[in-house]
Ligand binder design. Structure first.
Ligand SMILES: [Zn+2]
Length: 102
């Protein structure tokens, strides 16, 4: 499981248990249900904006993925609740996960 390594390269992957297929969020090396190892799903994932707030000129959105977990993502355009979005940029900034959407 090298979620953070992929994230550093700008790739958004989703950790999933190799055995029971549960999505593991926050990312972890082992499944919290069956304790087997996790792997990384890759692809063009879409998420849904659940809520957002504005801070200075930026918007911070709570985005839900695969009906199973939520993460905070930034955008410059005014978000719409329920809108389907993609992560356009991601990485680790000052020790924190960083996601940007359009
Ligand atoms: Zn499992």
């Amino acid at each position: 499981m090298n979620f953070e390594e992929e994230l550093t390269k700008g790739n958004f992957t989703i950790p999933e248990c190799l055995s029971c297929k549960k999505i593991i969020w926050p990312p972890a090396e082992f499944c919290n249900v069956c304790y087997n190892e996790t792997g990384l799903k890759t692809g063009q994932f879409t998420g849904k904006i659940i809520e957002y707030s504005k801070q200075n000129e930026e918007y911070f959105c709570m985005v839900e993925f695969l009906d199973s977990f939520r993460l905070m993502a930034k955008t410059n355009d005014k978000p719409e609740i329920g809108k389907i979005v993609k992560i356009t940029k991601c990485g680790i900034l000052n020790g924190n996960y960083f996601f940007q959407i359009i």
